[in-house]
Design a binder for this molecule. Sequence first.
Ligand SMILES: [Fe+2]
Ligand SMILES: [Fe+2]
Length: 198
Amino acid sequence: MKTPQLRPKERRKIESFIKKFKSARQNKMELVEKVFSTIKNEFRSTLHLGGGMKATDLLKKDHKKVKSLIKKLKSASSDKMALVARIEEEIKIHSRCEEQIFYAEMKKIDSERVAEATEEHHQVDVILAELKEMTGGEGEVFDAKVTLLEENLEHHIEEEEGEMFPEAEKKLKGQLENLGSEIKYLKAELKVKGRKAA
Ligand SMILES: [Fe+2]
Ligand SMILES: [Fe+2]
């Protein structure tokens, strides 16, 4: 992939944000967001040069990460709620990227499958909300909720990786790298926003 270059005007804009960031006492995250959107707008066209990771591969990477975090939660004896918060952040960002970028394209090919998958995201959100209301000290009741979350996710991931992604590999072949780049940028942006809200 060609290395994107900033135009002088955009470079000056970012340099001034960085200068402000260094001396700012507050609103630092706002400045980070401004840098992000300047870079994103600037590189929107360069983003589509391809050569990056395919959307399906990126999403599979997220699946692996969430699965390993749940495994960690299942064997944790303390700080369970910190792990729940981490899992929630990962899942919410992942689902949003899928729906906004990947599902939006898939919908044109297989709207029924996308509708079902979106409903499954909703089900997972409901379980996550209930889990967040807990303290982690509920013993078997907490464990049962985590198992329910795990089973729902496993079923959903199996359908995505086993059916939806192979369909995308066939029918969205030429677009998967561009979609991957868009997911990467949205993900980074959502992470910054999440930290700002925390
Ligand atoms: Fe997924
Ligand atoms: Fe999904």
